[in-house]
Design a protein around this ligand. Sequence first.
Ligand code: FE2
Length: 142
Amino acid sequence: MAQFSWTDDLYTGSSMIDGDHRKLIGLVDAFFEAMEGNQGNGRMSKAMGDLVAYSGEHFGREEAEMERIQYVAALAHRGEHARLLRQLAELKEMLDAGGKINIPAVADFLDQWLRNHILTADMKLAAALKQQRSSAPVPQLH
Ligand SMILES: [Fe+2]
């Protein structure tokens, strides 16, 4: 069954983003475990709630950085974040309402989404942050 683990290709070079991603991956994994545990929706809903909360915090941190450097691709990147948060919230609502989820499909979706998002959108953002750091004016010492 699915297990999401950190692989070095996910390393963006931004310590904030990478640290957040490791924690995010841990929460996705906890959700996978809850799905596999077959202990009903309660545990899955709790794990999904943790994932939604942390994703919101992490996306907020990335978006604050985008704002700070006036990132050109911010709109599309924020759109991806908002869409995922909506999808996760819908999943949680379904679990809370006692609905059945298609476990392999959900596991696949989460794995694919996170990996693709990191490898495309987050890599570009990390590169822009790095470029901004290297072109920032050096403070004058008097
Ligand atoms: Fe992102």
